[in-house]
Write a protein that binds this ligand. Structure first.
Ligand code: IMP
Ligand code: MG
Length: 175
């Protein structure tokens, strides 16, 4: 794989494992005695989804959604299209959306709104990365792995043009 476009390691796989353990314990404490539905957002969240799943000791169902957003860079009311919907009925359930990165927050605020419209008991967000510099909405992010600076991040699920998702660490694209 051509890695010349990729910069130095920003966050190691080991650091991510450690953080997933901490967040998994926190989620298990927050939802003690309850069942939760983890909803992973394809495709970027796959590795982080696995980390959160295996570190959260609760009665759990998992499902996945895929979405794409348009106009996200120009306005706050970007249109989000759902390309793969849930197979699970989430009515009356506690949902945690598992995402790779929150940038503008447009995708997540729309997905959260959509899931809340299904009469869920609660909807929270768990993201591997938070890029606050890009934020265009006031969506609340409940569980954050790491905050990152305003760079184009790749690795550990995150892509550029569908590449680099399999890097076992977080890096960035050199310009
Ligand atoms: P948002 O709607 O602007 O928050 O964008 C969310 C989606 O854009 C994420 O789920 C990613 O797929 C993608 N994205 C945002 N920033 C980056 C980045 O730095 N690297 C790779 N993908 C990104
Ligand atoms: Mg992406």
């Amino acid at each position: 794989m051509a890695k010349d476009a990729v910069g130095t390691i920003m966050i190691t796989g080991e650091q991510i494992q450690q953080r997933a353990k901490e967040i998994g314990l926190q989620i298990a404490e927050d939802y003690q005695g309850e069942q939760i539905v983890l909803v992973g957002i394809l495709r970027g969240a796959v590795l982080w989804m696995g980390d959160i799943m295996r570190n959260t000791d609760l009665d759990m169902i998992i499902d996945f959604m895929a979405a794409s957003s348009y106009g996200a860079s120009t306005k706050t009311s970007g249109v989000v299209k759902i390309n793969k919907d849930l197979d699970t009925d989430v009515e009356g359930k506690h949902v945690i959306i598992v995402e790779d990165i929150v940038d503008s927050g447009i995708t997540l605020s729309k997905l959260k709104e959509y899931l809340e419209s299904k009469n869920t008991k609660s909807v929270r967000i768990c993201t591997l990365l938070d890029k606050p510099a890009g934020r265009k909405t006031d969506v609340k992010v409940d569980y954050i792995g790491f905050e990152v600076e305003d760079k184009f991040i790749v690795g550990y699920g995150l892509d550029f043009d569908q590449k680099y998702r399999n890097l076992p660490y977080i890096s960035f694209l050199k310009d």
